[in-house]
Design a protein around this ligand. Structure first.
Ligand code: TXA
Ligand code: MG
Length: 311
């Protein structure tokens, strides 16, 4: 299959209308999209990414009306989050409407809904005219792509089109909050922090794990975000390291020749996944990642580097 590269949201939307799969930029990471109501097109996302069939997709909307096409009800907690954070890097889990094909939600009776704020994503979704389900546009298990080139590296020849944009602004995936329970529960940390959610709906909790011990977000049980290199979490740059190691952190990078010195935690979030990919291209053996305080987006950075270290 030839993968069309284009900077035109309209051209990319035509590919969606024809039943194709299209990678597109958002403010978090690049997504791999298909029309939510076209089950065959949705199936092609799972094929292209080699994604396990039990991992549900997030539906992206361009208008508030489209939320009603996807959800059977909007609880008051969800309405508050929508008002405060849409468009933006937040996904809310709602009860699914009967119109949504089961393949999109991996058989669940709920669906994740998000309205990206990225201007190209918004133009693209408006042109599509229907919600677009999209996981991150990487081969399953690899770090999410923050540039169109990273999408190309994983998926060229496996998807119909890449809508090209700049490197993504946030660099980590959206916060996922389940609004189907009496108390909203954060299933995945992201750019919208628990503290910000609590300021809109007091009592919102962090609850990745269900009472039976399994992750409440099916994707969280799969291997994730992992470079080939070994990932080690440290407080400061270690000394006496080898040629084939690398370091990312805030400020001082010690004696590493391959390192990124981030100005702050936002830059750390923006750089981490591309740094993992770059280390793999160079054949780096060990990547040292500096621990950061788990406040704001720091909680999401720590979540991703812990998963990478466990992978
Ligand atoms: O920022 C993002 O969220 C990006 C961009 C493209 O929007 N998308 C993304 O999708 O990260 P993905 O598929 O890589 O991660 C979606 C996560 C998975 O952990 C999945 O299990 C969870 O959200 N999820 C999706 N639908 C769900 C549902 N109905 N209930 C619980 N978890 C759900
Ligand atoms: Mg993903």
């Amino acid at each position: 299959m030839r993968t069309l590269l284009t900077a035109s949201p309209r051209e990319a939307a035509k590919v969606i209308a024809a039943g194709g799969v299209v990678a597109f930029p958002t403010e978090t990471v690049y997504g791999l999209g298909a029309n939510v109501f076209n089950a065959d097109a949705v199936a092609r996302i799972f094929d292209a990414k080699q994604r396990p069939a039990d991992n549900p997709l997030i539906a992206h909307v361009g208008t508030f009306e489209q939320i009603n096409e996807l959800a059977s009800e909007i609880p008051s907690s969800a309405a508050k989050f929508i008002r405060a954070f849409f468009p933006g890097p937040l996904t809310i889990v709602l009860r699914r409407s009967d119109r949504v094909p089961l393949i999109a939600t991996a058989g669940l009776d709920t669906i994740g809904v998000r309205m990206p704020r990225h201007p190209i994503a918004r133009d693209f979704l408006k042109e599509c005219g229907s919600p677009v389900v999209a996981p991150s546009a990487n081969i399953s298990g690899k770090p999410s792509p923050t540039t169109w080139e990273a999408v190309y590296e994983d998926l060229n020849g496996r998807i119909d089109c890449i809508l090209q944009g700049d490197a993504t602004e946030i660099g980590l995936e959206s916060t996922v909050v389940d609004c189907t329970t009496p108390v909203p529960a954060v299933l995945r940390s992201g750019a919208v922090s628990l503290q910000e959610l609590q300021s809109v709906v007091p009592g919102t909790e962090f609850s990745e794990i269900a009472p039976d011990g399994t992750p409440r977000s099916p994707g969280m049980k799969h291997r994730h975000y992992s470079p080939k290199a070994k990932v080690v979490i440290v407080d400061s740059p270690p000394i006496g390291t080898s040629e084939s190691s690398a370091y990312i952190g805030i400020g001082d990078t010690g004696e590493f020749s391959h390192a990124i010195s981030c100005a702050d935690v936002d830059e750390y979030a923006r750089q981490i996944f591309e740094f993992f990919r770059e280390c793999d291209r160079r054949g780096t053996g060990t990547i040292y990642c500096q621990a950061v305080p788990e406040v704001g987006i720091g909680a999401a950075v720590m979540d991703r580097i812990r998963r990478a270290a466990a992978g």
